[in-house]
Design a protein around this ligand. Structure first.
Ligand code: FAD
Length: 330
């Protein structure tokens, strides 16, 4: 087993709030560090407010490093990559963990190429083995199989962790840690990259949401997705979609669940007017509880559903929203 490994975590934020998945990654890092007498260093780029540091420490960080530069305010992979490579030169890491979000996966690839080290994305388990090796498990072939990957050689070994898998312990207010702030130098071109920043809105990301309410062609038109948005608002969830819905332009691609969309593992997944093709299942079958609503009792989605409602989504969804609102606000 690796002795006293240094485990880095890169957290994500939207300029103000820390993305909840970051705390899951810190939690995973802490568990590994506790087993190996290791140390967890959290890297937070471009965030002026230091209030989050206490949460990072309570969740398991031994050290929090804020990396500062005006061009780190928004995520740009070149700038984040440059800043982190500088930090890793000062403090060599054994392991680097990032969330398996769009940004996290991109940044992991950039760092892997810059540092010449291995990367495994979308991992659902990670452990240290004897002889300094790290082992991770990740779904492959659209979730039909699990691959076990082992890292050897140059470090840090880089892994991105799938959201909603590594949740864990409550924060401990007794934990203590150190906080550092470092000014980073970036090349001149970094300012041009800022022009590429696109506002992607403040909607809850479907990969991070604990409740996802997805609609398929059975929703019959884009105007009916407001029913799903209402239910999502009552439950604190996010709205997803099947591919044809996205292809029709009813919802954005970032909403698409499935083989060619995004993979979600929420506590609760509503499949509303979705038939349950293998390509859709590839993106949501690992949900903890699946509720399917469909007029066709033979729809394949019912074979993976924990609860099935045979009925018209346009009637069932408003009724569910009404009941949940009543129950949750009483
Ligand atoms: C290479 C490849 C990649 C793909 N990737 C993806 C992907 O990432 N994600 C994805 O979703 N698909 C993907 N697909 C498409 C996939 O094969 C299916 O075509 C798609 O998932 C079907 O979407 P759907 O369930 O919304 O539509 P349908 O299959 O048309 O199902 C609509 C369902 O709604 C039900 N319905 C109709 N009216 C109502 C009503 N009023 N109330 C309740 N139920 C109703 C019907 O009974 C039916 O079961 C991919 C396909 C290929 C070939």
């Amino acid at each position: 087993m690796t002795a006293n490994p240094i485990i880095g975590v890169v957290v994500e934020h939207d300029g103000e709030d820390i993305k909840p998945v970051s705390f899951e990654v810190i939690n995973a890092a802490r568990k590994l560090a506790d087993l190996t007498s290791g140390k967890v260093i959290v890297f937070c780029l471009g965030l002026k407010e230091e209030g989050a540091a206490d949460f990072f420490i309570q969740k398991g960080a031994d050290e929090v490093r804020f990396l500062d530069h005006p061009d780190l305010k928004n995520y740009i992979h070149e700038n984040y990559g440059n800043a982190l490579v500088q930090e890793f030169e000062k403090t060599p890491l054994d392991l680097l963990l990032l969330p398996a979000t769009i940004n996290g996966k991109e940044l992991s690839a950039v760092l892997s190429a810059r540092l010449g080290v291995g990367v495994a994305t979308d991992c659902i388990a990670v452990s240290f083995l004897s002889g300094n090796e790290v082992e991770a498990v990740r779904p492959v072939s659209s979730g039909k199989a699990l691959a076990t990957v082992r890292f050897k050689g140059k470090k840090p070994h880089i892994l991105t962790l799938r959201p909603n898998i590594f949740r864990g312990s409550e924060p401990s207010v007794k934990r203590v840690g150190e906080i550092f702030r470092t000014d980073i130098l970036l090349p001149d071109f970094s300012m041009f990259a800022q022009e590429l920043v696109k506002n992607v809105g403040t909607q809850l990301d479907i990969t991070e949401a604990r409740i996802v309410i997805s609609g398929g062609l059975g929703m019959q038109g884009p105007e009916n997705f407001k029913l799903l948005e209402e239910l999502a608002e009552v439950l604190g969830g996010a709205v997803g979609a099947s591919r044809p819905v996205v292809d029709n332009g009813w919802r954005e691609y970032s909403n698409q669940v499935g083989q060619t969309g995004r993979t979600v593992s929420p506590d609760l997944y509503f499949a509303c007017g979705i038939s349950g093709s293998v390509q859709h299942l590839a993106g949501m079958a690992s949900s903890r509880c699946i509720v399917a609503i469909n007029t066709d009792p033979n729809a394949p989605i019912f074979s993976v559903a924990d609860y099935g409602i045979i009925g018209d989504v346009l009637k069932v969804i408003p009724a569910l929203t009404h009941e949940f609102r009543k129950t949750l606000t009483s």
